[in-house]
Design a protein around this ligand. Sequence first.
Ligand code: ADP
Ligand code: MG
Length: 388
Amino acid sequence: MKRTIRDLKNIKGKKILLRCDFNVPLDHWGDILNDNRIFQELPTLQYLTEQGARVIVCSHLGRPKGYDKFLSLFPVAVYLMKYFPNKVKFIGKVVGKEVEKAANELKDGEILVIENLRFCEGEEKNDPKFVAELGKLADIYVNDAFGTTHRKHASTYGVALKKPNAIGFLIEKELKAFDTAFQKTDKPFVVMLGGAKVSDKIALLENCVEKADTIIIGGGMAYTFLQALGQNIGDSIVSLDMIDDAQRILQKAKENNVKVVLPVDHIALLQNGKVIKTTELSAGMTALDIGPKTIKLFQKEIASAKRIMWNGPLGKYEDPRFRKGTMKMVKAVAKSGAYSVVGGGDSVSAVQASGYADKINHLSTGGGASLKLMEGKVLPAIEVIDTL
Ligand code: ADP
Ligand code: MG
């Protein structure tokens, strides 16, 4: 068990460096287009400030090369001011004397938001000098930035090694959700995978073929599997260099008694721009969504599931013509009554757009980090936190 903020005693008056994932989409006016990541961080901020800690909030935002006024964390500080009136301060610098002074001037229960960590070169390089400068800002380090736990950066890794440390409520919640999905014993455990590229998901498949009872494969990655089974996939997306891997996974599934469910019909785009339903694919057809028979087939598996883990849309859901399969699956998962966890940037957006988000047990806030957990890998920024 990792130490959490609940295990930190006597934090009143202590300076806590809280690494958040406030990497939110902004428009050119600095308006936050999706506030989910900030919203999810409120419980940790609430707790720490109520305990009288002095919280120094840090995060990255986008991929700046040096200072970039469009990637300032100022809009995030303004957002936080709504929830913590008169308690939030902002400083337009990341480290240095002025920031140390501002941190030292904080009163109990106040929050100081510092500038985008990635304005400093040392952040992504985990540069010891930058780690030391960050370390000077606080007595204790807390990581709650689940979305960057797969990265060994100064603010996620280096500084954790130098300070008494803990994870926040969001990371705790994320870890618990994936643990529950993997470790509960009620069956069947259904893993549903989609998305475009098999190469992105091969490590995940390797892990799930050991743990799942059923693996549903839809989306673009299904066509590499169908090709591996000798079917004609027309012009659908395929990773020819992954055919061997697909065959190996299918073989492994057979040995482990894992049921693999693949599409039996498709919604395909023709060269003349027409969209058709078909069970047979041939040259000139690009399958971009699962067809009605497949929807029924997948729904049946999902309806009987006790645990569901899902990553990857089942079609090119960004295009309304190919959204139906993904949306039907969101509904099926929502109605299944199974313990459900969804991870992956696109998958989570699809669920959020569906209106069923509150019926899913856990929507992960981390894209890459959630994939790593589904792969059964250890996240370096979590590994580095002390255990109890
Ligand atoms: P996540 O972000 O949830 O991990 P991915 O990034 O792996 O998901 O996959 C999402 C992408 O997969 C989307 O851009 C979607 O258009 C694409 N995709 C899904 N099905 C197909 C398909 N049949 N053909 C091509 N692309 C597809
Ligand atoms: Mg994606």
